[in-house]
Design a protein around this ligand. Structure first.
Ligand SMILES: [Zn+2]
Length: 328
């Protein structure tokens, strides 16, 4: 852990970690409700102090239950797989309805259903599920996904016609080159429609064959107006991706897991880049990775606060930028 993160996030951290242990310890219904009430109060205190109407979280995961179970199994196996080097206990392993209800209790006014395929032939099916999810979850920004495969432009077009407001692309899990020419018409279409694409393209927490800034540079050279939202601030290639945002006015970054004590241990955000983060304050968006996080939700907020970039920056990042981007 870097000295910066422990000093920056202060007392919120101990509380957050303690809560996680509490949650893991007791399956009792009353206990869980008591804890979530306390946690909700802490989250609401954060945005109420800033005078915000709530939060907009552009990076939360909702997906078909059996896909989500597999994601959770992956995180459960991470510790043993890395020789116990990276334990990743999921804090919010609840039913779908409870997870959405908890976000509402936190005061999250809009969130997403980040879902992504790891192989061909899966994206279209996920998109169908996402239509239904968006229908029964009005505060979720209708999310869709894509994969480099024949027919991708057609199903991306259909998703847009059905009301998709944000896309998710996962370069590491999908193990594809985002500059693959099969994706070219889809990127063109999304650029033209002005629909943001949250893209996991940094090499953290695990690198992939096509992660890192280079493939994204090629995509943006062809589609300079594409609204890419670089997930996790591009962790660990923070500065390269900040550079892309400085060069391309439609590129944004989401805060997902960045600056938290957990991430600072293996991918510390360089202090020298803080002024650039400040200058890009109108294109940084709150993202959290809820529910797949190994700490309490409020810790992400305290980590942002701990950067010391001021209340105006926090207001823009946690609400204003998302509201503008999605017309909320
Ligand atoms: Zn995520």
């Amino acid at each position: 852990m870097s000295p910066r993160s422990s000093e920056a996030t202060g007392s919120g951290v101990g509380r957050a970690e303690g809560q996680r242990e509490d949650r893991a310890a007791g399956p009792s219904q009353d206990g869980a409700e008591g804890r979530s009430a306390q946690e909700s109060a802490e989250v609401r205190q954060f945005w109420e102090r800033l005078g915000l109407p709530g939060l907009i979280d552009v990076h939360t995961h909702f997906m078909p239950e059996r896909v989500l179970r597999k994601v959770w199994a992956y995180f459960d196996a991470l510790g043993p797989m890395t020789g116990g080097g990276m334990e990743w206990p999921i804090t919010y392993r609840d039913e779908e309805g409870e997870r959405a209800a908890l976000l509402r209790q936190f005061g999250v006014r809009a969130f997403t259903a980040m879902l992504y395929p790891h192989k061909p032939g899966m994206a279209e099916w996920l998109n169908q599920w996402a239509v239904e999810f968006a229908r029964r979850t009005p505060d979720c920004l209708h999310t869709a996904t894509l994969f480099p495969e024949p027919g991708v432009a057609a199903y991306v077009r259909r998703a847009v016609d059905e009301g998709a407001r944000v896309f998710k692309a996962h370069v590491q899990v999908g193990a594809y080159d985002p500059a693959d020419e099969l994706l070219d018409p889809a990127w063109g279409l999304l650029a033209e429609a002005g629909i943001p694409v949250v893209i996991h393209c940094g090499s953290g927490p695990a690198p992939g064959k096509h992660t890192g800034p280079e493939p994204i540079r090629r995509v943006l050279a062809r589609h300079p107006r594409l609204r890419l939202v670089v997930a996790h601030m591009g962790m660990p290639e923070y500065e390269d991706f900040l550079g892309l945002a400085e060069r391309y006015g439609e590129v944004r970054l989401d805060t997902t897991m960045a600056f938290t004590d957990f991430s600072e241990r293996f991918a510390p955000f360089p202090r020298r880049a803080l002024p650039r983060l400040d200058a890009l304050g109108d294109r940084i968006l709150l993202g959290t990775d809820f529910p797949n996080i190994p700490y309490a939700y409020v810790h992400q907020l305290h980590a942002l606060e701990g950067l010391g970039l001021g209340d105006d920056w926090l207001r823009a990042v946690c609400y204003g930028n998302g509201a503008r981007l999605f017309g909320l």
